[in-house]
Design a protein around this ligand. Structure first.
Ligand SMILES: [Zn+2]
Length: 219
């Protein structure tokens, strides 16, 4: 019987650990089948922008639909306010601009100094759940301190954080409407915790997606 390398390594594990890994092995095999793309220097920035826009789309659709459907409107926190195209377009342009001129150079340096290593095996499910939970908690705590500091110190607020509060009535696309310093700080908090915890690349990707989704939902 022909076995892949992943299957041969898996067979050497005890049965209970094989089960935990098997849950995510098919997903990991699917991801690693795109190895050239994942290892490319463009992957982090494409992944970040695509995930952000994809998660924004359902909320944008709900905002448009709620202008026509009164039953939907009653679930809006500010039912009298609707984001218009002229409010959305600058947010999309700013986000694309920041991804190209800011996030790409940073992720390129990261790719150069710390090339992504793709292990053969997927992580175990309990390990993924625990590490994603810890990363979310740490990120939230770090951003809480950052946010508190930037509201307490007037100079910090005016110079770096005020732009994020430009839209009093927020919508999905205002999530990343922020200064360069704020975006870099958030990117640093999101990237450093999985590195410190030694997370598997799949755990890192899952954390990144859950974190963006949480961030959009809370906004
Ligand atoms: Zn604030």
């Amino acid at each position: 019987m022909n076995c892949s390398l992943a299957e041969r390594v898996l067979l050497s594990y005890p049965m209970d650990r094989q089960r935990d890994r098997l849950c995510l092995q098919s997903l990991w095999d699917f991801v690693t089948a795109e190895e050239p793309l994942i290892k490319s220097p463009f992957f982090p920035v494409l992944f970040s922008f695509t995930a952000y826009m994809a998660f924004c789309l359902p909320y944008i659709a709900l905002d448009f639909l709620s202008t026509r459907l009164p039953n939907l409107r009653k679930y809006k926190i500010q039912p009298q306010n609707y984001p218009t195209l002229s409010m959305m377009v600058p947010c999309i342009i700013q986000s694309a601009y920041h991804h190209v001129v800011l996030i790409f150079p940073v992720t390129f340096l990261h790719w150069y100094w710390r090339p992504m290593n793709l292990p053969v095996l997927a992580p175990e499910l309990p390990e993924v759940l625990l590490e994603v939970g810890v990363c979310l908690f740490l990120f939230d705590f770090e951003y809480f301190l950052w946010h508190l500091l930037h509201h307490k110190v007037p100079w910090l607020y005016k110079t770096f954080h005020k732009v994020h509060h430009k839209h009093v009535s927020t919508f999905a696309l205002t999530t990343q409407y922020s200064s360069v310093w704020e975006l870099l700080s958030l990117g640093f908090f999101a990237a450093i915790n999985p590195v410190l915890l030694g997370c598997h690349p799949l755990t890192e990707m899952i954390f990144f997606l859950v974190n963006i989704w949480f961030w959009l939902t809370v906004q």
